[in-house]
Design a protein around this ligand. Structure first.
Ligand SMILES: Cc1cc2nc3c(=O)[nH]c(=O)nc-3n(C[C@H](O)[C@H](O)[C@H](O)COP(=O)(O)OP(=O)(O)OC[C@H]3O[C@@H](n4cnc5c(N)ncnc54)[C@H](O)[C@@H]3O)c2cc1C
Length: 291
């Protein structure tokens, strides 16, 4: 009953065909990635206005490559494929992504795509939090034009992204940070396979003296309408030698940058308290990977 107005199932083989289908149906055309999120929307009757599904599996957007400069991941790469990236096993700077990929159930990993996961703009997912801490950049293409945006620019509110009708995410790029870097991700979940109550991802780079040269702290899981960075916590760590006291202090500071929500999984007060705890733990985990 949910796709009551569906008129066309487009399977484009070129970006031009995507644009053509999108132009015909405008806001009522929906890109189909792995379909795992869309399936949930359909089950809740939220796709009643959709007239066309645009299945992008034939556009050649799956695959990934690592170079000395970082990692490029095609938007249609599934989580299960991404887990096979050899660098995930060895590169400490990618630790947050490796950690985040352990959480989704295998059935989801086999279908969920990197592009769909971020385009959904769901603040409760895990992989977007890891990508935000890893400073992900996106290639977005539509109507013959390509643009590059930072991941934060994609998020336009709860389940809203900034893409124009017919625009696609085609690639996610993670640049390898300079110096000695490591990252980590932690999720607090009520039950296995549930969405996050709160999650945190951090990436830190230090120089030879152990002074923090760069830091990214991202939080998700209902601490705002989108996954967010904590500028207050990052500011406290940048340029400092990292100690247990300083890490505790920074973890407390995330409270200044988040607006935890209340739902059936947790109260806002619990989310706030746990955001601080898991930020501290993620920072310590990243530090232990550095050492
Ligand atoms: C049972 C279950 C458990 C889950 N557990 C976890 C978990 O533990 N951790 C976690 O992080 N996530 C979890 N998820 C969420 C999962 O990560 C998302 O459902 C998935 O990543 C969405 O990707 P998809 O390819 O299936 O997207 P789709 O459902 O195909 O699409 C999602 C949205 O993105 C749009 N879209 C898709 N691809 C593109 C593109 N390339 N460019 C532009 N727009 C696009 C679609 O139009 C749609 O609006 C879970 C989901 C389920 C159902």
């Amino acid at each position: 009953m949910a796709l009551v107005k569906l008129k066309e199932f487009c399977i484009p083989e070129s970006p031009g065909q995507v644009s053509a289908c999108a132009a015909k149906y405008g806001d009522n055309a929906l890109i189909l990635g792995g379909g795992s999120f869309i399936h949930g929307l359909e089950a809740r009757g939220l796709l009643s206005e959709v007239e066309a599904l645009i299945d992008i599996r034939k556009l050649g957007l799956a695959g990934m490559a690592a170079t000395g400069e970082g990692v490029r991941i095609g938007a249609m790469t599934t989580f299960a494929e991404l887990e096979k990236l050899p660098e995930l096993a060895s590169a400490a700077w990618l630790g947050a992504l490796k950690d985040a990929l352990t959480y989704p159930p295998m059935q989801i990993k086999n279908v969920a795509t990197v592009g769909g996961c971020i385009a959904a703009s769901c603040p409760f997912f895990d992989i977007p939090t890891a990508f935000l801490a890893l400073d992900a950049k996106l290639t977005v293409s539509g109507a013959g034009a390509k643009r590059e945006i930072g991941l934060a620019e994609l998020f336009a509110g709860l389940f809203e992204n900034s893409l124009e009708p017919g625009e696609l995410i085609t690639e996610v790029r993670l640049a390898k940070p300079a110096g000695r870097a490591a990252s980590a991700f932690i999720k607090l979940e009520g039950t296995a396979n549930d969405l996050a109550i709160v999650n945190a991802a951090v990436r830190i780079s230090v120089d030879a003296a152990g002074v923090c040269q760069e830091v990214r702290i991202a939080l998700g899981g209902g601490v705002g309408d989108s996954v967010v960075r904590s500028a207050s916590a990052e500011k406290l760590l940048l340029g400092q030698k990292l100690s247990a006291d300083l890490i505790q202090h920074a973890a407390e500071a995330v409270g200044q940058d988040i607006s935890p929500m209340e739902d059936h999984r947790a109260t806002a007060a619990y989310r706030l308290a746990m955001a601080k705890v898991i930020t501290r733990r993620a920072l310590n985990q990243a530090l232990s990977r550095l050492n």
